[in-house]
Design a protein around this ligand. Structure first.
Ligand SMILES: *[C@@H]1O[C@H](CO)[C@@H](O)[C@H](O)[C@H]1NC(C)=O
Ligand SMILES: *[C@@H]1O[C@H](CO)[C@@H](O)[C@H](O)[C@H]1NC(C)=O
Ligand SMILES: *[C@@H]1O[C@H](CO)[C@@H](O)[C@H](O)[C@H]1NC(C)=O
Length: 322
C-alpha cells in the first residue's frame, strides 16, 4: 500500500511539476488514465483472436520505432505528397498493424482524451503481443510523448538490415547504449512471426555472388527452404521459427544453434563468443531465463531517446502530427 501511494504521488508530482530529468516510469497512467493498460489489453486480446499473425509485426514495430530517433511513434506518421516519412522508408521490413494502433488509440481517446501517447501504445501493444503468444508478461514503463518529426532518411544506419554481419549489429546496438546481451536477447523476438523470402534468399541462391548457397546454413535444411522460396520470390512468407512461429519460446535459439536461422543477422550471432554462448545456452534451457532477460532488454529498448514532460506532444491521431 505504501509503495502504491508512493507511486501515485510520484506520478502526480511528475505531472504537476515536471521533473527536470524525467524518465519513463512504471504506471505513469495509474492516476491520469487508470484503465489505459486494460483498454490496450482488451483490444489486443480481441485482435489476436482474429489476426494472430500480427503479433510478430506489432512487436517489430516497437523496435523500429525506438531505433529510429527514439520511441516517439515517428514510425506511425503517414507520408504526404511532399514528405516521405519513416513509414515508407525502404527498410521498413513491411511493418504491418498500423490499423491496430489506430483502433486502440480511438478507444483510449474516448476514455481519456489527449492523455495516452501513441508511443506508449506501441510499447504496450508489443508487450501484449508477447504475452498473448505465451511469452513473458512484463511491466512496461510509460510516460513517453509523441515526436513531431518523421523523415524517411532518418532510418538510414539506425536499423539493422537482415543481411547485417556481427560487426554491423554490434555497432548499431552499442551506439544506442544497448549491449551485446541486449542484441542476442532481442533477436530472440524472431521466435514469432514470418519473413519474406526476399530477406534471405540470397543465402539460398547467391551467397557470395557466384550463384552459390551460404555454407553456414545447415546443408540438410537448404532444400526445405528452397522448396518454399523459389529464386526471385518476393512475396512468400516463411516461418522464422518453424513449427512454433506463433509461440514465444526459445525455439529461435534452437534454430540458430542448428544453423537453421533465416537471416544472416541471425547467423551472425554465432560469430561473437558472448552472443554465441547465449544462443547455445538458451537452445538447451527452459524459457524462464530468456523470458526474464527479454523483459529487461525490452524495458531498456523502450527508454531510447524518449520524449517526456514538455517535449513532444500527445498526438490526437497516431498517423498525424497535431
Ligand atoms: C515500406 O516501404 C516500401 C518501399 O519504400 C513501400 O512501398 C511500402 O509501402 C512501405 N510500407 C508501408 C506499410 O508503408
Ligand atoms: C560487415 O558489414 C559491413 C557493412 O556492410 C562491411 O563494411 C564490413 O566489411 C563487414 N565486415 C566483415 C568482417 O565482413
Ligand atoms: C549474384 O550476385 C552477383 C554479385 O552481387 C550479381 O552480379 C549476380 O547478378 C547475382 N546473380 C543472380 C542470379 O542474382
Amino acid at each position: 500500500m505504501a509503495s502504491l501511494t508512493l507511486l501515485l504521488s510520484f506520478a502526480l508530482a511528475a505531472l504537476l511539476f515536471g521533473f527536470s530529468n524525467a524518465q519513463v516510469m512504471f504506471g505513469f497512467y495509474n492516476y491520469v488514465c487508470p484503465n489505459a493498460e486494460a483498454i490496450v489489453n482488451k483490444e489486443m486480446v480481441d485482435i489476436m483472436a482474429v489476426a494472430p499473425s500480427l503479433a510478430g509485426p506489432l512487436l517489430r514495430m516497437h523496435y523500429h520505432d525506438c531505433f529510429v530517433k527514439g520511441c516517439d511513434a515517428s514510425i506511425l506518421v503517414n507520408p504526404s505528397a511532399k514528405k516521405a516519412t519513416e513509414k515508407v522508408a525502404p527498410p521498413n521490413l513491411s511493418i504491418r498493424g498500423f490499423e491496430v494502433i489506430d483502433r486502440i488509440k480511438e478507444k483510449l481517446e474516448a476514455a481519456c482524451p489527449g492523455i495516452v501517447s501513441c508511443a506508449d501504445i506501441i510499447a504496450l501493444v508489443a508487450r501484449d503481443a508477447v504475452a498473448l503468444t505465451h511469452g513473458p508478461c512484463y511491466q512496461v514503463e510509460t510516460g513517453r510523448r509523441d515526436g513531431t518529426r518523421s523523415v524517411a532518411q532518418d532510418v538510414i544506419g539506425n536499423l539493422v538490415p537482415p543481411t547485417s554481419n556481427i560487426t554491423a549489429l554490434k555497432a548499431v546496438f552499442l551506439q544506442k547504449g544497448l549491449t551485446l546481451k541486449d542484441l542476442v536477447v532481442l533477436s530472440g523476438a524472431h521466435t514469432i512471426g514470418t519473413s519474406h523470402c526476399s530477406s534471405f534468399s540470397s543465402r539460398l541462391y547467391n551467397a557470395t555472388g557466384k550463384g552459390d548457397t551460404d555454407p553456414t546454413l545447415d546443408k540438410n535444411y537448404v532444400p526445405r527452404l528452397k522448396s518454399k522460396c523459389k529464386p526471385n520470390d518476393q512475396k512468400t512468407l516463411v516461418e522464422m521459427d518453424p513449427g512454433s512461429f506463433k509461440t514465444f519460446d526459445v525455439g529461435y535459439f534452437k534454430q540458430v544453434s542448428k544453423r537453421r536461422s533465416l537471416f544472416l543477422s541471425d547467423e551472425a550471432l554465432l560469430h561473437d563468443s558472448e552472443t554465441r554462448r547465449y544462443v547455445e545456452h538458451q537452445a538447451m534451457a527452459s524459457p524462464d531465463e530468456f523470458f526474464r532477460d527479454f523483459a529487461v532488454s525490452m524495458v531498456k529498448m523502450g527508454r531510447l531517446e524518449v520524449l517526456t514532460n514538455e517535449k513532444g506532444e500527445i498526438r490526437k491521431r497516431c498517423g498525424f502530427v497535431n
